[in-house]
Design a protein around this ligand. Sequence first.
Ligand code: EPZ
Length: 431
Amino acid sequence: MDKLIVEGGTKLRGEVTVSGSKNACLPILAACLMTNEESVIHGVPRLVDIIRLSRLLGELGVKVQRDENDPFTLRVQVEDESKHLARYDLVRQMRASICVMGPLVAKRGKALISQPGGCAIGDRPIDLHLQGLRAMGAQYRLTRGGNISLRAGRLKGRELFLGGPFGSSVLATANVMSAACLAKEVTVIESAACEPEIVDLADFLNKMGARISGQGSPRIRIEGVRRLGGAEHTLIPDRIEAGTFMIAAGMTRGEVTIKNCQLDHMMAVTANLRLVGVTVEKISGGGHGKAGAVVVKTGRKLRAIDVTTQPYPGFPTDLQAQLLAMLCLADGNSVVTDKVFPDRFMHVGELGRMGAQLRKQGPAVVVCGVKKLVGAPVMASDLRASAALVLAGLVAEGTTEVRRVYHIDRGYQRIEEKLNALGARIQRVTE
Ligand code: EPZ
């Protein structure tokens, strides 16, 4: 098992390039189940989650291979449509495997998928996914071993509400929107997720021949078609990786240029960073809908703020842990609330080991700013909390050991290499 040894005290300076979006890539790869033609996806980051989904798709008869000329391009083609089981061993490692459910039911009329269960950030129910597919005519039942068995003839378009107790659901929207592409007639999803990753998925599906409109708004309309073809697509930049580097630059009081950054996906992030005292300025490209380069600068000190995560376009829950780590060093008291995953605070105890003054109060955490953090051995628990601990190690006095680094590798491509290129001193050690 790997761990990262982080030496504190460096100001990050230099240039870093953001990779393609993991959370756009996963449902796009799953959508390839809905055609027998080859699709080509560019800008695919080399991440454990992408490898895991590729392995699951392999078990579902889909060949996924890296292009021999470009390691960031995947060629995807269905070779065998007789498979429909998504095994527990694969699904339990990555809840996002559930994104194969809609495409499988729509194209093959059946799916046998292990229920994702819970994880470090909280419960991961799939009731909205199932409600949406049932509304379009799919039947499902719980089978032995915690699997969900789904059956359907050709799905039928419906007007359906997909909001849950925490608002919209990203992957439920992905599943229902994808399945609706092959349904009879028209489907309207009310309370759809508006995330840029859903827009990217819709753009890919339309290139496959789907007829989707309204993506990016809470109301998406899908006119069903009989078949979908292969498509070629370049993924949007990963706004969560970009936000992680913006916060890293801010915490270390450095000055970092971030390339391949799509600022119009990050308004809530840059607005909150500006309140803290971290400015993000466009330096080239990056017109609406385009990626460009930005420079991140920080004032003399960090200001305390109150922040609540929301579904897009609100502040993303996937940057909550990283922002909280930065607020540990702000001048004053901050209140951080996660409205999407209320229990997503496994990083609080670990940051406390580094001298942070944090107090959980109901759905929120009160952060009393301190002058410094001190290095300590800490335990990563989930993908984004791990990144937050690495960022805290960058500014802590002394050495911080972040264990269970496999969490980080799920969503960041060798994060220590990108941070070391900015002047950080991080060593990966295999225990
Ligand atoms: C996606 O997960 C992301 N994963 C998560 O990123 C992200 O944190 C999350 O959206 C919220 O933005 C991928 O895109 C692969 P949800 P998803 O369904 O779709 C509740 C990362 O770090 N809910 O939008 O699984 C749920 O409990 C990962 O890259 C239901 O109640 O999340 C949560 O409170 C972590 N019933 C809220 O909705 C359902 O059927 C939002 O969850 C589904 C969800």
